[in-house]
Ligand binder design. Structure first.
Ligand code: LER
Ligand code: MN
Length: 272
């Protein structure tokens, strides 16, 4: 069954970004549960930012799961990427992600590699950057497997990376790995820019799709833009997707209204 999640950012440096709830994890969990979400997706500045016992208690009180944990803090705070020309920065990027994987694993929550993939530029060729990215996914994917969790890799639109923008290319990247523990994070905001047909791209992603960022055309909550989510939901059902649809959306006009609009659309699309 497809499950619902809502994003919570605890990263000061990411303010203005597409996250529904901000800074107040207890408040976000209470509201998520009240509205009927199954999980929260947490974007933390570092692996020790959240008190694990407190989070465990919050999840228990509200009967919530953690759908995934973001690693973007490594980029927005420390400017680390897996494809930087400097080997020390690439190494630190891996260490940052490894620590987030370990933290997420305590909550059965896979880590997300989105902005930490970086881009090719300067003396680094596209081939070189993709080779570094694949090597890192191989290593971190195996690390996640050892922790009994998965790793999510997210293709981004052309304005955020020049490495992998489309589902088809994401599938190519993942199929080149020996580990099958890295899954695609398909964000319909990026797909709306890059794909000819979002629903068909999900069919291309097929069994590789492990997580979905579910949002509208303008990156507001579902129901607040002009994206047609009905064929997308049909494609997700067709490929047997049983992960989360997670609202990574701007808190416009407010966090609660974005959450309410998301859950209304999800209830219409995913409860049969
Ligand atoms: C960035 O645009 C994005 O979609 C995030 O999920 C990346 O970490
Ligand atoms: Mn995303």
């Amino acid at each position: 069954m497809i499950k619902t999640a809502i994003t919570v950012s605890l990263v000061k440096e990411a303010e203005g970004g597409p996250f529904v709830y901000w800074h107040d994890l207890p408040g976000a969990c209470a509201k998520a549960a009240e509205l009927g979400f199954d999980a929260v997706e947490i974007f933390a500045p570092h692996p020790d930012a959240v008190d694990d016992d407190e989070l465990k208690a919050l999840l228990e009180t509200h009967d919530l799961k953690v759908a995934a944990v973001g690693t973007g803090g490594g980029w927005v705070i420390h400017k680390l990427t897996l494809t930087n020309a400097d080997p020390e920065i690439r190494q630190k990027a891996r260490e940052f992600i490894r620590a987030i994987i370990d933290w997420g694993a305590e909550f059965n929550a896979p880590a997300i590699i989105g902005s930490m993939q970086g881009r090719f530029e300067g003396d680094v060729s596209k081939e070189q950057a993709l080779a570094w990215l694949a090597e890192a996914l191989e290593d971190l994917g195996a690390h996640a497997a050892a922790k009994d969790t998965q790793l999510f890799y997210e293709p981004l639109n052309r304005y955020e990376t020049n490495l992998i923008n489309r589902t088809e290319d994401g599938v190519w990247l993942l199929e080149g790995l020996t580990t099958d523990n890295v899954k695609l994070l398909s964000d319909v905001f990026h797909m709306n820019i890059e794909e000819a047909n979002i629903a068909d791209a999900f069919r291309t992603g097929g069994k590789h799709v492990g997580h979905v960022h579910f949002v509208d055309s303008n990156r507001r909550a579902t129901g607040m833009g002009h994206m047609n989510h009905t064929p997308i939901a049909e494609a997700l059902r067709e490929i047997g997707y049983d992960g989360y649809v997670s609202a990574e959306a701007f808190p416009i006009p407010s966090s609660d209204e974005a959450a309410e609009s998301t859950i209304a659309v999800c209830k219409r699309l995913f409860t049969s």
